[in-house]
Design a binder for this molecule. Structure first.
Ligand SMILES: Nc1nc2c(ncn2[C@@H]2O[C@H](COP(=O)(O)OP(=O)(O)OP(=O)(O)O)[C@@H](O)[C@H]2O)c(=O)[nH]1
Ligand SMILES: [Mg+2]
Length: 296
């Protein structure tokens, strides 16, 4: 019997959804930072077994949105709830039940598919704190399974994969075995740039930045990819910070992003970055659509 299905990874911002997604897939596809609201789009990642195919969906952290950008990213996460065969609600072992965890539980009330509680970051706590936390979460929802893991060091991942396999419906292979993700190389390139922006810049700047790849040209003979991308910010002052003194900030962002691209694409990358001010884009339906954050 072959099994297949979609597994959505849900949770409040920063609990480690994208880290878990990358660990399961064995490749760095989704970007990870120590700041909340890193992921903005739903991304799929396909994991193949001799007797099963799992399509994991990494989603943006669910929170109370304050602007149009945040409303769009929360919607992208919530939309996966109705389309998944198994839902993983990720939480952090090193924090108590938070308001946003309760918010997410509420949106799972009418769900018919199995919901797992996945307690991540167990490498950060002593084991004795696990049971009381499990107890608190169990009062919120009747989870099908409760699995403690560390997405960072891989602890518990095999057990979780086995439980997922047990709960997957019978079904055919849905995608060819050589497909890893639905994210395009262009999209991943733009994300790797945004990841470095989020790491290098402070305060509101990561949240005011959107990256668009303007051109992506592969020269197979030279094993070289030429990428040109625009970083959109909301204000002139942000543009100045993004470029930095003598262009140092932009250079650092570009250098680091290029290294990650070269690793994943297995080719040399020539990366050219531009910075452009698009006033108040985080509250513009038109610009959010242009930047791929609202589906056309
Ligand atoms: N110690 C520890 N840190 C972890 C673990 N998993 C993730 N992290 C860290 O948690 C932070 C957030 O990780 P992400 O994977 O970006 O979290 P996310 O849930 O995808 O966040 P959003 O996309 O913002 O919703 C990063 O600094 C990770 O390195 C873990 O198992 N243990
Ligand atoms: Mg993420």
């Amino acid at each position: 019997m072959f099994k297949s299905g979609f597994i959505s990874i849900l949770g409040r911002p920063n609990v480690g959804k994208s880290t878990f997604f990358n660990t399961v897939l064995g490749d760095k596809i989704s970007i990870v930072t120590n700041k909340p609201q890193t992921t903005r789009n739903r991304i799929s990642g396909i994991k193949n077994f001799p007797d099963a195919q799992m399509i994991f969906l990494d989603t943006p952290g669910i929170h109370k949105p304050k602007n149009l950008l945040n409303r769009a990213i929360v919607k992208a996460a919530q939309e996966t709830i109705g389309n998944a065969d198994i839902l993983l609600m990720l939480v952090e072992a090193n924090s108590d039940v938070r308001q946003h965890d309760v918010l997410i539980t509420e949106s799972l009330r009418s769900v018919k598919v199995p919901v797992f509680l996945v307690i991540n970051k167990i490498d950060l706590i002593e084991k004795k704190y696990l049971l009381p936390l499990i107890d608190k979460f169990s009062k919120l929802y009747n989870y099908k399974e409760i699995v403690p893991i560390s997405a960072l060091n891989g602890e518990g991942i095999t057990d979780l994969i086995n439980s997922i396999k047990d709960n997957l419906p019978e079904g055919p292979r849905l995608f060819p075995e050589d497909i890893l993700t639905d994210a395009t190389e262009r999209f991943i390139a733009s994300e790797f740039i945004r990841e470095q922006i989020t790491i290098f810049t402070k305060q509101e700047i990561p949240y005011s930045s959107a990256v668009v790849v303007d051109s992506f040209k592969e020269d197979e003979d030279k094993n070289l990819i030429k990428i040109s991308a625009t970083i959109n910010v909301e204000k002139e002052s942000q543009k100045a910070i993004m470029i930095g003194k003598n262009g140092v900030m932009l250079k650092n962002i570009g250098t680091q992003a290029r290294k990650h691209m070269e690793n994943l694409f297995g080719a040399r990358v020539f990366l050219e970055l531009f910075v452009r001010v698009r006033k108040d884009w985080t509250n513009s339906n038109r610009m959010l659509t242009e930047f791929g954050l609202i589906k056309r």
